[in-house]
Design a protein around this ligand. Structure first.
Ligand code: UDP
Length: 312
């Protein structure tokens, strides 16, 4: 297959490039480096089956030649980055998704949208099944991301229904691993960075809010299975091992032997209180479930951040 990946220099996008190249496919990646990084794809420079186009996907996209699948992963995706780039976030979810769907339509390609657990907002149902419609504040600071992704899901299904395109929607829950940007404000890079500098970890609020963390290799395997499936409706991919942020901070301090402890700081507006995927659909329809234990994934991630911080 020849696969077109928007956001191909991003955290997840670059792992998708590696995954498909390792299986003999050709990859065309696009990124404008607004939150992605050339470092994430530097190792692919001499790979003949890899092409890179530096472009903002909200501008008309022209990919020469055959395309068999379009994976639309371009978007700021951490709370800090979509607060830093609110309009770009809405444009990439709306105009960027429209353009990426246009490529899929023109090339008669399969299309996969990177959606998010943020479509559930601050959920009132636990764990979150795909049937839950969510509890989103459209005008709060996170609304730019949540509503852009909800719009993107609606547009994807409109293209499926109107133009009969084979579309897939993955709702991605918190994911971590190498190439997560150290400065993107997410809890994993923040905590690991602080721990490696010997600083206290900044737990927002009282740390009773929950998340569950999926290692990036597990996520990418789930996405590949979804792409190969016949599921038009959204599928959650994430790790169902729910823990509080306070417990998570203590885990990071233990793994890094950080003695500085934790401090409690301001809790961001509309920060979801509980988040945990119901992955029954992924288990039954894709035969997928996460394989990587949290401590193992964290050890890999800590080693990656340690090496990066040394280089910086
Ligand atoms: N968080 C925290 N300290 C930090 C960064 C994040 O306590 O330095 C909390 C944040 O408030 C949220 C959770 O960790 O409850 C996960 O935040 P993240 O930014 O990784 O992404 P989210 O899951 O909110 O999209």
């Amino acid at each position: 297959m020849r696969i077109f990946i928007t956001g191909g220099a991003g955290f997840i996008g670059s792992h998708l490039c590696d995954y498909f190249l390792a299986r003999g496919h050709q990859v065309v990646a696009m990124d404008n480096f607004i939150t992605g990084s050339p470092d994430n794809i530097a190792h692919l420079r001499s790979e003949t089956r890899f092409e890179f186009i530096e472009q903002d996907v909200t501008k008309f996209i022209d990919v020469a030649g055959q395309v068999d699948a379009v994976l639309h992963f371009a978007s700021p995706a951490s709370p800090k980055s979509y607060l830093d780039f609110p309009i770009q976030t809405m444009k990439v979810g709306a105009l960027g998704t429209h353009n990426a769907l246009g490529v899929a339509r023109a090339k008669k390609a399969r299309f996969l949208l990177a959606s998010t657990s943020e479509v559930y907002g601050d959920p009132l149902v636990h764990p979150q099944t795909e049937a839950y419609w969510g509890n989103v504040n459209p005008i709060g600071p996170r609304g730019v991301y949540d509503e852009a992704k909800r719009f993107a899901e609606a547009l994807t299904l409109a293209y499926h229904r109107e133009h009969d395109i084979a579309t897939r929607i993955v709702r991605i829950f918190n994911t971590y691993g190498p190439r997560n940007a150290l400065n993107d404000g997410r809890v994993v890079p923040n905590f690991v960075g602080q721990a490696l500098r010997g600083e206290p970890l900044t737990v927002h609020g009282d740390g009773s809010q929950t998340r569950s963390f999926c290692y990036v290799s597990d996520l990418v395997e789930g996405i590949a299975r979804l792409l190969a499936s016949n599921q038009e409706l959204p599928v959650n991919i994430g790790n169902p091992n729910e823990l509080t942020i306070k417990t998570f901070a203590e885990r990071i301090n233990a793994l890094t032997k950080n003695q500085a402890g934790i401090i409690f700081t301001y809790r961001p507006v509309d920060d979801p209180s509980r988040r945990n995927p119901d992955i029954t659909k992924a288990r039954t329809l894709l035969g997928w479930e996460p394989q990587v234990e949290l401590d193992d994934g964290l050890r890999e991630t800590i080693a990656y951040f340690r090496a990066r911080m040394k280089r910086a």
